[in-house]
Design a binder for this molecule. Structure first.
Ligand code: MGD
Ligand code: MGD
Ligand code: SF4
Ligand code: MO
Length: 805
């Protein structure tokens, strides 16, 4: 059913009159966030509040993933205020923006916007720049790029992981580089790194965290009688009107029990403390082992399911290579294999901080549940032992035999919809080598030493060069969002390592300070924008519109900038294929519409701005459950591999760092700076979490948002009292690699022994002085230690100490 075909209130241009009054009346209310006109303005026009010349559709394209819809009300060529999605009838189907999205006007019109191209004049990271012309900027970039390619080859060019811009025409650096001979590729992402690499060993190579075949829709949880969430908080991380936060509200209303396993009482559990099962950060796989122990001890595992659909639960289904060696998961749990330790609730209690009795009762509740909906967010896997944690959580529904059935989930995060339109294609990368996205800093430092076996290099056995040229478009992952900022600073100071860095952003972020050339981008409100739905659990859609106003100063769309760079190589036509950005948008829309069959015409979508239709819910792995012979998984055995022969092989062949391990079954591993690693100097565990007031570091400079949700250190009263820290005190948090200042939030909403820091605050330190970060960025504290299998960012594993500052 199309829910916005008529789009009665959503015509692109409408002036005054009753329709305008109707639409605007609904928007009144929250002037603080710039989404509604002031009353005085409205009064002038007899109630058609702040009547504007035009409504321009656009979207929130940051990487919270919600892609909520904006209607920019434009007056005299300037954005006057913003209204969000008010179309369609059904509840929950409106892609309504959260406070961050509703602050977008403050960002777009901020006096701190970058408006001119600049070149670095101080040291890297110092933040000293001089304005230059676009001609000089483009000439310099082209010349440096040519030089690096000639001297080191295309493998020396890298495009840093960056998530600030999701739109059909937003990311074109890869396309540019592909027409210029390619670049060092990358795999996985900072969001789901350990899960993306580990889950294919268990559920098959097509299993990604963004797939709707291997996970159930959030709405499926409404049919469940027990929802078990591991580190999953849609009310923090999917706050938009069409996101999963809405579903879980309905689950509660439907009467299902919900449990949140988290080291903190997150916003989704807020107001429902009875739903919170506090756990020590990074120890979920130990909890799963103890739950498995109880299920096995009480004959509550579904042996039929395990023997038909899975490999490696017990001896009966072990692969030939591992038979008779006590290497099954059951052997691990019952104390007859590997470490010969029985994983009883009493074993798990001191590790997880969950009392043995609670583990027992939870196992009983799980065994009794008709349709357990087991789901993990991406927090539990963003640890140095995240590969095994992700697999262990997915093991639970297997033990219960509750996969592929109504009301259940596979242990993965909720399913995400597919896209209705694609982006400008990247083309093919002629360079074969790729690295994990998190390995870029090692590749700058000592790329030529990185191999398949010691660093997870893909495509080649060994890199031939380090990274010499770094592109960074719409990302803050050079420093702020990466790890160990002090280490990054040291490595990037040496200009013989990475010789040239280009950053394109809209404001002076911490990463931007490391640019050799810094380019000012036009924002999406300032150009024609198109994007499909984001994380929405409710609809498939597409939104087209813009520009709403002109970009300030000399800001230019990055598509045009990259075309100008391609031109310096005589490759402009290869890059553009003869299309302007606007022509690409139309082309991509029409390609999407052709493939879809139901989307409106290009003419209609331009008038209507937004198209959406309801999404059919899915049950993860239903086809496999219904007919495993006909629909085998893409694992070597075609089954769910609880024991993976491939992982066993890697474990034997790879060169791992001291203390690291890869295991064929999802056993509990503490991980670097994980359980048991605290010291006298750093006696606390510390974890980051994604925060309401920002999307990572995006919006981090919007003062109103900082005031609404302050950057605070979550600390349990027990840990605070013993340190003489009171609520609101300024604290010094130290880790083995850095020190920050942050205000204390003393709260029982966090387990004792672990502190929590909202990730994404803007790093602020005198890098030529004491390097104490007064901005409170958690990546001042994170050690740069890629995880064993994925080589990913286990940045939620930190050890720390806190003192009153
Ligand atoms: N407001 C807001 N929303 C966002 C973002 C944002 O920055 N701000 N970022 C977006 C992006 S790109 C992503 S990838 C997603 C991130 O989504 P997630 O990765 O799921 O978010 P996190 O906050 O890291 O973790 C989710 C929860 O897991 C808990 N947790 C952490 N470690 C553990 C653990 O070891 N065990 C258990 N059981 N729980 C743990 C945290 O306390 C948190 O409540 O969010 C997206 N949405
Ligand atoms: N310790 C720790 N670190 C983490 C995480 C964690 O949980 N803990 N989470 C990780 C995760 S999941 C992710 S996805 C990454 C995200 O890390 P990043 O991808 O760096 O995300 P942001 O910090 O949002 O940075 C986006 C940048 O894009 C810019 N931008 C926005 N709009 C535009 C535009 O129109 N044009 C241009 N040129 N720039 C624009 C913003 O100003 C901002 O600087 O962080 C990771 N880092
Ligand atoms: S929920 Fe996400 S996409 Fe929606 S407005 Fe907020 S930040 Fe933007
Ligand atoms: Mo992410």
């Amino acid at each position: 059913m199309a829910i916005n075909e008529a789009a009665t209130l959503s015509r692109r241009t409408f002036v005054k009159g009753s329709l305008a009054g109707l639409a605007l009346a609904g928007a009144a209310g929250s002037a603080l966030y710039g989404c509604a006109p002031k009353n005085e303005e409205g009064a002038k026009d007899g109630g058609a509040a702040g009547a504007t010349d035009e409504i321009v559709w656009s979207q929130c394209n940051v990487n919270c993933g919600g892609r909520c819809v904006f209607q920019w009300h434009v007056k005299d060529g300037k954005i006057a205020y913003m209204e969000t999605d008010n179309t369609g009838e059904a509840e929950g189907l409106q892609a309504r923006a959260c406070l961050r999205g509703r602050s977008m006007r403050r960002w777009v019109n901020h006096p701190d916007r970058l408006t001119k191209p600049m070149k670095r004049v101080g040291k890297r990271g110092e933040g000293k720049f001089e304005e230059i012309s676009w001609d000089e900027a483009i000439d310099t970039i082209a010349e440096k790029l040519k030089g690096v390619i000639e001297k080191y080859g295309n493998e020396a060019v890298y495009i840093n992981y960056a998530t600030g811009m999701y739109s059909a025409t937003g990311k074109t650096t890869a396309r540019l580089m592909n027409v210029l001979g390619g670049y060092l590729g990358s795999y996985a992402d900072y969001s789901t790194n350990m899960m993306s690499v580990a889950m294919p060993y268990m559920y098959g190579e097509e299993c990604t965290p963004y797939d709707s075949v291997y996970a159930s829709s959030a709405s499926e949880a409404e049919k469940s009688d027990l929802v078990l969430m591991f580190g999953n908080s849609p009310a923090d991380t999917r706050m938009g009107g069409a996101n999963a936060v809405w579903d879980f509200t309905k689950v509660r209303e439907a009467g299902a029990k919900i449990y949140h396993i988290d080291y903190r009482l997150n916003e989704t559990a807020s107001g429902h403390p009875e739903e919170w099962i506090p756990i020590r950060t990074g120890t979920d796989a130990a909890l799963v082992a103890a739950l498995a122990h109880e299920l096995i001890a009480n004959d509550q595992v579904d042996l039929d399911f395990l023997h038909t659909y899975c490999v490696g639960f017990d001896e009966e289904t072990m692969p030939e290579s591992a038979k008779g060696q006590n290497k099954s998961y059951k052997d691990y749990v019952m104390g007859t294999g590997y470490d010969m330790v029985e994983k009883t609730p009493e074993w798990a209690a001191p590790i997880t901080q969950i009392p043995a009795e609670r583990i027992r009762s939870l196992a009983a509740e799980l065994a009794a549940a008709k349709a357990p909906y087991i789901v993990q967010g991406w927090g539990p896997q963003r640890h140095t032992n995240g590969e095994n944690t992700a697999r262990a959580i997915c093991l639970l529904p297997c033990l219960l035999g509750k996969i592929g059935l109504p009301g259940t989930n596979t242990g993965m995060r909720e399913a995400e919809p597919s896209a209705l339109v694609g982006g400008i294609p990247n083309g093919k990368n002629p360079v074969k080598a790729s690295i994990n996205v998190y390995q870029w800093l090692n590749a700058v430092d000592h790329g030529e030493q990185m191999t398949a076996k010691n660093a997870g290099v893909h495509g080649v056995d060994q890199l031939t060069t380090g990274i010499k040229f770094l592109w960074n478009y719409a990302g803050n992952c050079i420093t702020n969002q990466h790890a160990d900022i002090n280490k990054v600073h040291e490595i990037l100071q040496d200009e013989t390592k990475c010789e040239f860095i280009v950053v394109t952003d809209t404001v002076m972020t911490d990463s931007a300070k490391y640019a050799d050339i810094l380019l000012p981008d036009a924002m999406r409100a300032e150009q024609l924008n198109m994007s499909t739905n984001g994380y929405s659990e409710f609809y498939l859609g597409v939104c087209v519109g813009g520009p709403a106003q002109e970009a300030p100063g000399e800001c230019r769309p990055s598509y045009d900038v990259n075309a100008a760079i391609a031109d310096k190589f005589g490759k402009k036509d290869d890059y553009t294929e003869g299309r302007t950005q606007e022509e690409w948008v139309q082309y991509l829309y029409e390609e999407g519409a052709k493939a879809d069959g139901d989307m409106p015409s290009w003419d209609d979508i331009q008038k209507q701005g937004l198209y959406k239709r309801e999404l059919e819910p899915v049950v993860g792995m239903k086809d496999f459950r219904d007919d495993p012979a006909k629909n085998p998984l893409k694992t070597p055995s075609g089954k769910i591999e609880i024991y993976s022969e491939e992982l066993d092989k890697l474990a034997a062949e790879w060169e791992l760092e001291d203390g690291d391990a890869i295991t064929p079954i999802p056993s509990f591993l503490p991980g670097y700076e994980g359980y048991g690693s605290v010291t006298e100097e750093f006696p606390l565990y510390c974890s980051g979490f994604h925060y309401k007031s920002r999307t990572h570091s995006s919006f981090g400079f919007i003062e109103e948002l900082n005031q609404a949700c302050r950057q605070q250190l979550w600390i349990n009263p027990l840990d605070a009292e013993s340190r003489g820290i009171a609520h609101g005190d300024m604290c010094a948090v130290t880790s083995p690699v850095g020190e920050i200042r942050i205000e204390a939030k003393v709260t029982p909403r966090i387990v004792p022994g672990t502190i929590g820091i909202p990730q994404g605050a803007w790093h602020q330190a005198a890098m030529d002085g004491d390097r104490v970060d007064t901005g409170g960025c958690v990546n001042t504290l994170t050690t740069y230690r890629p995880s064993p299998l994925a080589k990913g960012n286990g940045v939620h594993s930190i050890i720390a100490q806190v003192a009153k500052a």
